[in-house]
Unconditional design. Structure first.
Length: 230
């Protein structure tokens, strides 16, 4: 693995359940993700794409095979290493998971809790900058109930970006958005790759954004069946 390949997946297999109910979900997944790229994982429900995403993002333990993330092997990694790596990652989910009692600014500040910035002013400055990046400079003090669906998702994007992560993992980030808002979110992630070298791996069913992807990997029944980089 080099600085230009922040994610290398080799011979990855995964199972769910135990005993007679144990079922294999992933079969020999091999994937190299380049720095600054926007990689899209596609496939029908149950194809394994979200499982791959969560294994790469330290959200699930690697059972068999290798996942090398930012120079660290995740198979056998302990809790301390996983927590350390998560500080270098950003996560965006279909459900924006905003706290309803907190303003947009306060929700983004929550994304900085694991980063340990030296003082509260530095945290405030970083959170405000992230919200300006996503076009919400005039909505910082709004509660989620007073934001549109697209604005809520942009707050979630700002929360993911605020720690300046090396890699962003996004699971269906545009599913609940109209075409304009979805395009805005993906354009933002694409720009981050070009300007900061931020790597994005995205699970989506959204055909509207495929032309923006640097690479499209299609899974079916736990196997990679197509890869536009091949």
């Amino acid at each position: 693995m080099t600085e230009d390949t922040p994610i290398v997946v080799t011979g990855l297999n995964h199972w769910f359940g135990t005993g007679e109910a144990r079922k294999q979900a992933l079969f020999d997944i091999n994937l190299i993700v380049k720095r600054g790229s926007l990689t899209v994982l596609m496939g029908p429900s149950g194809s394994g794409k979200t499982t791959v995403l969560t294994l790469m993002g330290c959200l699930r333990d690697v059972q068999d095979g290798s996942v090398n993330l930012l120079g660290h092997e995740l198979n056998g990694a302990g809790r301390a290493l996983n927590e350390s790596l998560r500080r270098r990652l950003g996560f965006i989910f279909q459900a924006h998971n905003l706290h309803g009692s907190l303003t947009a600014l306060q929700n983004v500040l929550m994304g900085l809790q694991v980063h340990g910035l030296p003082n509260r002013q530095a945290q405030q400055d970083a959170a405000r900058h992230a919200l300006r990046l996503v076009g919400l400079a005039d909505r910082m003090d709004y509660l989620p109930a007073n934001l549109s669906g697209g604005q809520k998702q942009r707050v979630a994007v700002a929360r993911a970006l605020v720690g300046n992560p090396d890699v962003i993992f996004a699971d269906e980030p545009t599913a609940a958005l109209d075409s304009g808002s979805g395009l805005t979110v993906v354009t933002m992630l694409k720009r981050l790759g070009e300007t900061r070298g931020t790597t994005t791996v995205m699970v989506t069913h959204d055909n509207r954004i495929l032309e923006m992807a640097d690479r499209i990997v299609t899974l079916e029944d736990g196997r990679i069946v197509r890869d536009s980089a091949s």
